[in-house]
Design a protein around this ligand. Structure first.
Ligand SMILES: [Zn+2]
Length: 250
């Protein structure tokens, strides 16, 4: 038996309306209502590439792999005093900086960080495994210019194209950012790429370098950064816009 067109149309509209929060993931109320029954909604933003559509946020698991950051305390305290006028290594983060490692493996990256006494908070491996290298309430020195404000997240990749070819790693990095934004109430516009930090105060107003008399407002030309790349940042921002951080992410 054929349904009258009006009933069919109503039924279609009802289906679309009730499915909409699930497919678009843009309604906080929708997310909240669905959370209890269905978990987090899948995100189908047209601004995301096909390999990243249809995935749902899940709270990231962090594997502890601490750097020897405590042993570097004295020189890091000196650095924070000189560069930012800060006398404490503890903070409440208000920004996130994204990086890729250039070094091809997590193990090699860890060794380089240790050797150079460089600290970052997270390292996301190619398969999505996520290592926590130091506590989130302790300042790192991974992105000079904003280390007084920012968490730093490294992704294991030799280049942006290498990074963009690992969807599991990409989506895991998005989940890490969403989680940390929710946890520390960091607005998505305060998530930046390292190359943007390098542009200095014109791009990142928080940029501060009290130690460099020649380039106090941006990176010197020979210190230019390209990580993690414009495409990565565009995809990350599209994801955060489609599925904004909320208290339900914690
Ligand atoms: Zn970097």
């Amino acid at each position: 038996m054929r349904l009258p067109a009006a009933i069919l149309l109503t039924a279609m509209m009802w289906t679309w309306a009730s499915a909409r929060p699930l497919f678009f993931g843009e309604s906080r109320l929708g997310n909240a209502c669905l959370k209890g029954q269905l978990g987090h909604p899948a995100v189908f933003s047209a601004d995301l590439p096909p390999q990243l559509r249809g995935r749902s946020y899940s709270r990231p698991d962090f594997i502890d792999w601490p750097l020897d950051y405590r042993a570097w305390e004295k020189e890091h305290l000196k650095y924070f005093k000189k560069t930012y006028g800060e006398s404490s290594l503890n903070f409440k983060p208000s920004m996130i900086v994204m990086h890729f490692t250039v070094v091809p493996t997590a193990e090699q990256t860890y060794a380089v960080l240790q050797r150079r006494k460089v600290s970052v908070h997270l390292m996301v491996d190619r398969d999505g495994s996520t290592y926590q290298l130091m506590p989130f309430d302790r300042r790192c020195n991974g992105a000079y210019g904003v280390n007084h404000k920012a968490l730093s997240i490294e992704m294991v990749a030799t280049s942006e194209s290498d990074l963009l070819s690992h969807p599991q790693q990409l989506f895991q990095s998005f989940c890490c950012v969403k989680y940390l934004c929710a946890k520390y109430d960091i607005p998505p516009e305060k998530v930046v790429g390292h190359y943007e930090v390098g542009m200095g105060v014109t791009r990142v107003p928080e940029y501060l370098d009290m130690a460099d008399p020649y380039y106090p407002t941006r990176y010197p030309p020979n210190e230019k950064r390209t990580d993690p790349g414009e495409t990565y940042m565009r995809w990350l921002r599209a994801y955060l816009k489609a599925d904004p951080p909320t208290g339900y992410d914690l």
